[in-house]
Design a protein around this ligand. Structure first.
Ligand code: SF4
Length: 415
């Protein structure tokens, strides 16, 4: 029995403006039905696809395969004229489901399913188009036809080795969402509050605690985090060299998801990236040439304060975090094996990464709204990217959180 589909309280908007970005650099996971349909379409016998892989394994997410990409990161089915070959030769219905519904996404939760919009599309990152509720009938058709699932799912892990029912999971989600949207505080404070809540809850001995006591603990922790977080703003201690080293590697992984990134799998480019990684260890020196969106810059150039940003530049990044926390997308899509507390770190880490990438993209000039929109596309793409949803990323975030370094990174790059 499908769960009811609900619209988020935040007013998300989108319409396709045909920029073609979703066919370049996006990872397109395939359902079992998509895989079967692509096999029936016999692309292996098509003159242009003999010997070409059209799907590849898709680690870390629940879909076992995704569409293959060309060396420049474009979809294997993207034609030179910018159109989709499946669509052109077999019609719209023949395309994989996600290509038909992107960037709309259903997030099955405990007692309902949230309809949200992925911000890996610049139009949705800018909230440009019709309200999400106007897309609801279209999505309901997919659910009715069994192409999208609105069925109940098990709650994600609460803490390592500790499972709880949906009632507790929903309370944690709701508390984190309220902390991240508490308008009494500026965005940077809200992010630090969420991280502190996560750390305190992680440290608390909750195993075996009954539901009522755990609910009381969650409520109490949410009340004390503003006080607990003050030290990060009064000290303003820079992150350690180690934290910055790890953070820079994460930043470069996100930079490679920028819509203007063009994979250059040549040996000289690989050598250049290897040299750049060595420079990251030293904490200084030129950054790698990853995309025309990121001009030549040195690591140390990105440590300077950005100053007060215009609200319209901040806004797309704040909206990414707001919508993801309201829908619970950050924990319920593509982060297999992560606990709720680990997933929130994955989400809020996008805040300092976004501001670090903005420094890089706008080197030598003022940052623009468009810089931020393209960065938000990259940050949202990270949600389905193996290197940013796998065990290594989870453990490096955990290590930084254990030392309070995530909070320091947030405060440092929000300057
Ligand atoms: S990225 Fe968004 S606006 Fe661009 S083609 Fe895809 S859906 Fe349309």
């Amino acid at each position: 029995m499908p769960l009811p589909i609900v619209i988020l309280p935040t007013a998300e908007k989108w319409d396709c403006h045909q920029c073609g970005i979703c066919c370049r650099g996006s990872l397109v996971p395939l359902s079992n039905e998509d895989v079967a349909r692509l096999n029936e379409q016999k692309w292996a016998e098509h003159a242009d696809y003999v010997g070409t892989k059209i799907m590849v394994p898709n680690p870390s997410t629940k879909n076992r395969f995704r569409l293959a990409q060309r060396k420049d990161g474009s979809c294997v089915f993207l034609k030179a004229d910018g159109l989709c070959r499946i669509h052109a030769e077999l019609g719209y219905e023949a395309k994989p489901t996600i290509c038909r519904v992107f960037p709309l996404q259903l997030i099955p939760r405990g007692s309902d399913v949230a309809l949200t919009i992925r911000r890996a599309c610049p139009s949705s990152a800018a909230d440009k188009g019709r309200l999400v509720k106007e897309h609801l009938p279209f999505i309901k058709d997919f659910v009715r036809e069994g192409k999208l699932s609105a069925d109940a799912v098990a709650p994600p892990l609460f803490k390592a080795g500790e499972t709880r029912d949906w009632k507790t999971a929903s309370l944690v989600f709701k508390t984190l969402s309220s902390l991240l949207q508490d308008l009494r505080y500026p965005p940077v404070r809200r992010i630090v509050h969420a991280l502190q809540f996560t750390s305190l809850l992680e440290k608390a001995k909750t195993r075996g605690m009954d539901e009522r006591k755990l609910a009381e603990l969650i409520t109490t922790l949410a009340q004390v985090v503003p006080e607990e977080s003050k030290q990060f703003f009064s000290e303003r201690r820079p992150p350690s060299l180690y934290a910055r080293l790890v953070f820079h590697s994460i930043g470069i992984e996100y930079a490679r998801l920028h819509p203007k990134y063009r994979a250059l799998p040549t040996w000289s480019h690989r050598l250049q990236l290897a040299k750049a990684t060595f420079r990251l260890v030293r904490g200084r020196g030129p950054l790698p040439d990853v995309s025309p969106a990121f001009p030549k810059a040195r690591l140390e150039d990105l440590e300077h304060p950005l100053g007060q940003l215009a609200p319209e530049i901040d806004h797309p990044l704040a909206r990414l975090i707001e919508a993801s926390s309201e829908s619970n997308l950050y924990a319920l899509a593509d982060r297999r094996g992560w606990t709720i507390l680990e997933s929130i770190r994955g989400l809020v880490a996008t805040f300092p990464v976004g501001l670090w990438l903005l420094r890089w993209a706008s080197q030598g000039r003022e940052p623009t709204v468009d810089d931020m929109l393209q960065i938000v596309v990259a940050l949202d793409r990270g949600q389905g990217f193996a290197a940013l949803t796998g065990k290594l990323h989870r453990s490096r975030l955990r290590m930084m959180a254990a030392q309070g370094e995530l909070e320091r990174l947030v405060v440092w790059y929000a300057r």
